[in-house]
Every structure is written in structure tokens, then in C-alpha cells.
Design a binder for this molecule. Sequence first.
Ligand code: NAD
Length: 396
Amino acid sequence: MLGLICLAITGIVLLGFVVLTPKAATEDRTFLKDTGLEKDTAAGHILVTGGAGYIGSHAVLRLLEENYRVTVIDNLSRGNAEAIEAIRSAMDEMPNLPYRPFTYAEADLSEREAVLGVLRAANPPIDTVIHFAAVAFVGESVARPLQYYHNITMNTVTLLEAMEQAGITRLIYSSTCATYGNQKVPITEKTPQVPTNPYGRAKLFSEYAIKDQSLALNMAGEKFAAILLRYFNVIGADPKGRVGEQPREELRSQGRISTACFDAASGVIPHLTIFGSDFPTPDGTCVRDYIHVSDLVDAHVKALKALKDGEVKVYNVGVGKGYSVKEFINACKTVTGADITVEKKDRRPGDYAEIFADSTKVKKELSWVPAFTDLSESLATAWAFRKKGGFGSTTT
Ligand SMILES: NC(=O)c1ccc[n+]([C@@H]2O[C@H](COP(=O)([O-])OP(=O)(O)OC[C@H]3O[C@@H](n4cnc5c(N)ncnc54)[C@H](O)[C@@H]3O)[C@@H](O)[C@H]2O)c1
């Protein structure tokens, strides 16, 4: 009888456990403390904010390949849960991994306690933060400036506070050429920063916050190290097709030119809309510097090795060549083989005519060499990701 009662109680407890801790909850919704580690052989433990996003997910894969342990914080407001799954699957194809050095924490960067919880729970401790997470559309920033100051500037401050509390003193920050605004090209790191839209201003204020925090911590003898990477226009996808850019449906209208070009090429939208054809450029359309996402990520890996106690360094990361929107569309037509119809509209507020990088400094000091210098070649990687169905969606 006693045995039967014990069996019944065990059954009820087990049932409760299964109901209360469904697989999805323990796998994806909470911070997973990795307990399987006996001896850590990783090169370091990096917190990647925004690791479910376009650039962040490419960075996570490369860091894992470089033998770093990675913890991602993302609230999935803009990224893809499928990117996290793709990272997990890719780890199966990395034979040299002695363990599963990847943790995903779904958290919002505005919640300091949640962020601090992730930092404090990390085992072994996180030594460096790469801060990608942000809202990042110029047009949207003009329409919703406060969202941008909250998400970009205030969240960077919150992250810096959490880092200070957790004793983490190494940071790589995703800044942007939008902090320069409309300036004489090519843009060097010494070009004055006069942003023309809230996105650029919010990023510039974040840069100030990082520099000021660094000064304060250095004065307190804590030796803060940061590298601010000012990206130009990022395109392309993982050449192995594991991850790529796949904006959420509701964000497509905000989207960047490559997404729109591919949408037009595959008939998802009837034509490509270009904003402004009367800019003071050779063909009247905007000129931008397009950098392949793998090359951009490579600059981060090199920056990780170059972080130096007590220093804040700044690098422009662009190829150093400008292409007009017209040239971009022609490259897109070549890559997709589609005839893309173009609709011309007025300039958007906050847009400027021409920007491309002088990337001498990053090439010299970080020994960074972009592998993708041909626009069509870069676009071909993104088109291949799109043609295979992206993260398995129907948006081919
Ligand atoms: N894509 C470009 O061309 C480009 C150019 C210059 C700079 N940047 C910068 O690079 C970074 C990454 O851009 P991306 O193109 O990968 O953008 P993305 O939208 O694909 O990725 C951003 C990620 O951050 C996450 N995120 C946003 N707010 C968050 C919050 N409050 N808490 C937690 N997670 C949050 C999103 O869910 C998303 O996964 C951004 O800082 C952006 O400003 C991008």
C-alpha cells in the first residue's frame, strides 16, 4: 500500500515537473547556465547583444569558429528566432568544438537587472561585450526619434552600468557612418560628426557615453578598453548560407536597398522605389559604401585582439569605394537575372548625397583586408540565401 502511495506521489511530482518546465521554456526562454563544462578551452567569453539580428548572427558564427564562448542577449524585437536555431545547427558542423559554448538569453537591454543577471550568471565570466543590438532604420528614426534615443542611447547607458556592476571592462560598439552626416568624402575618423537624423545622433550620443565612461573608469584605475567601429552600408550573407538578412514582414517597408531590390526581382513587390534622383552625384542617386557582412565581422575579430586597457579607439569599416543607387540596381539585375522596374520618389528627410569611407586606419592598425570588394559578388551571397528560402520562410 505504502509503495502504491509513493508511486502515485512520484507520478504527480513528475507530471508537475513536465507541465511546469516545457522544453521550450528551458531551452529558449531562460538563461541557460552551461553546466557541461569541465575545463574551459575557449579563447574568451563574449556577450553579443543583438545576436539574433543580421550582423550579430554572422558575428556569433564567426566567434564560435574562432573558439570563443558566446552568450547572446536579444529580445527578438527585430531579429529572428530562426537565426538562433541556425547557430545551434551550425555548431553540429563545427567538429573542433569540445563543448557547446553558446548560450541564448531572451532579454531586453532596457532591463538592467535582467542584463546584470545574464552577466553575473555567466560561467566562465564574460570578458568582453560586443554591442550590436539596436533599432537601425534612418527613416523610422525620423518618424520615431524617442524610440531611437531610448533603444540606442539609453540602452547603451544601461549596458555600461551593468558592465560596471559586473566588472566587465572591454567593449566593441557598433557605430555607424550616419554619425558623420553630410561631409566631404572620403570620410576619415577625423571627419567632423554632424549627424543629420535621430539614428545618427542617438549613435553619436552612445559614443560619447562610452568615451566618458572609459575616462571615468580609467581615472578610478579600472582600465576600460573600447573600440568603436563605424560601419558603412552592410550587405551580403554568410557565404555558406547558414544565416543572412531577413527583415521581419512588418519592417520590410523600412528595409534596406538590397532587401527591396530582391523583393522587386522576385515579384514580392511590383517595383523598386528609390528616394531622390536629384542628388549632387554623377547620376543623381545616392552614393554609399557597401561592405560585406563577413568582412565587417572580420574587423570585429581583429578588434577583439586589439582591445587595449585604458584606450578607446575608433575605426571606419567600409570598403572605401562608393556605388550609386543606380549602380547598385544594375548589380542586382546582374545577380538575379531579373529586370527590376524602378519607381522614383522624392528624397527622404535625413538622407544625404554621398558617403564612403577612408578605411586606411583599420587596414593599417588592425591588418584588416576586405575579401569582398566586388558589389555583384557580395550581393550574390545574399541572393543565394534568399533563393534557398532564407530561414525557411516563404519569402523567396
Ligand atoms: N545593417 C547596416 O547596414 C548597419 C550599418 C551601420 C551600423 N549598423 C549597426 O549594426 C548593429 C546591428 O544591425 P543589424 O543590421 O544587424 O540590425 P538587426 O535589426 O538585424 O539586429 C539588431 C538586433 O538587436 C535586437 N534588439 C533590438 N533592440 C533590442 C533590445 N532593446 N534588447 C535586446 N535586443 C534588441 C533585435 O531583436 C535584433 O536581433 C546596429 O547597432 C546597427 O545600428 C548596421
